[in-house]
Ligand binder design. Structure first.
Ligand code: NCD
Length: 351
């Protein structure tokens, strides 16, 4: 994936052959963003410069999304397959819309993970897709590391659309993008991340991305829903998270925060005993008007969706003035356009 500082995608900036003028980095752009990444598997593999370049590029994509005539031929002739082994509505549609706006052919494949043995299915599927000469593969899987496995067996770029408890890099990028749009540069900004960190791939990718952009991240959630070794008052014992604080009390995390991210309770992933009572959880960690008032006035409230209203977030704040949940969804399309464009353009350079 070669990312350039700006990726102008105006319909009138594309030539008859669908090439995007300006897609090739100029010398000065190469000086600032020389890194090339083939797959997008996790945030920890991205440098700060690469993240910033993708966010810059997403701005241009958002502008395209706002037009009456949204379609651009930037990826015309490219075939993108979304391969989902886990249910999804917004993420799959978001990738599909992103690919189609860029003019690619998008084929959606949904597979029931339970009906096949994981390794064999993935291996065979990877070989089949390899033989089909796809230009990019978007993979979601209930097992951590599955997209990495696919990436080892196909030449095409692989974009991780969420793997088990591990990573959800495009969600992190869209959250970073939404935050930057709302509160500007993230250096030194206090961001509260509240809830089920243990089972949330969004939390892990978001925290890593926020830390890379210099944010002051404060995490809070029930001790049973924190990864092992995450001690209140300390930083998580995980590379890239040294600057993160695990709050002793939720109020400390929320106090004066520039933005609040609440996480979905991942009931489908939890082992028994981790969450005895949803009402108790809501009382102690649910984001409601009173808790949101601890953050800075007007601080954006985020949720990756789908929301369990009345559990991790009250309906009042979920649909209140500070909620940016719908913006996150819209920005998700722009960010995925930027990602698909970047990885497909890198693939082209390798041809
Ligand atoms: C997230 C996911 O699937 O990890 N949702 C999403 O991408 N729309 C968050 C979640 O399910 O909690």
């Amino acid at each position: 994936m070669t990312t350039t500082r700006k990726t102008p995608l105006a319909t009138d900036e594309t030539g008859a052959n669908g090439q995007v003028e300006g897609a090739q980095p100029s010398n000065s752009q190469l000086e600032t963003a020389p890194e090339t990444i083939h797959h997008l598997l996790d945030v920890d593999a991205l440098s700060r410069a690469q993240i910033e370049t993708l966010l810059d590029s997403s701005e241009g994509m958002l502008e395209v999304l706002g037009r009456d005539l949204k379609k651009t031929p930037a990826l015309r002739g490219k075939t993108i397959i979304t391969l989902f082994f886990e249910n999804s509505t917004r993420t799959r549609i978001s990738f599909e819309e992103a690919g189609k706006i860029l003019g690619a052919d998008v084929i959606n494949v949904s597979v029931s993970a339970s009906s096949v043995s994981k390794g064999e299915s993935l291996y065979n599927t990877s070989l089949t897709l390899q033989a089909m000469q796809v230009d990019a593969l978007v993979v979601r899987h209930p097992h951590s590391g599955a997209p990495h496995f696919v990436a080892r067996h196909v030449k095409a770029p692989v974009v991780n659309a969420g793997d088990g408890l591990h990573a959800h890099p495009t969600q992190a990028l869209l959250d970073l993008f939404t935050l930057k749009q709302r509160i500007g540069a993230l250096d030194g900004k206090k961001i509260a991340v509240i809830g089920d960190v243990l089972y949330s791939r969004v939390a892990r990718s978001d925290i890593l991305g926020l830390a890379k952009l210099g944010a002051d991240v404060h995490v809070s959630g029930p001790p049973t829903l924190m990864p092992s070794g995450w001690q209140p008052g300390a930083a998580p014992v995980e590379p890239g998270m040294e600057s993160v604080t695990i709050a002793k009390r939720i109020e400390e995390a929320l106090d004066g925060a520039d933005a609040v991210m609440t996480l979905r309770i991942q009931r489908e992933r939890q082992d028994a005993g981790h969450l005895p009572d949803l009402r108790e959880y809501s009382n102690l960690y649910g984001i409601n008007k009173a808790r949101l008032a601890l953050a800075k006035p007007g601080a954006p409230l985020m949720h990756p969706g789908p929301m369990n209203e009345g559990v991790e977030i009250s309906s009042e704040v979920a649909h209140g003035d500070q909620s940016v949940v719908e913006e996150q969804v819209r920005n998700g399309v722009a960010v995925r356009m930027a990602v698909l464009y970047a990885v497909c353009a890198a693939g082209k350079e390798q041809e």
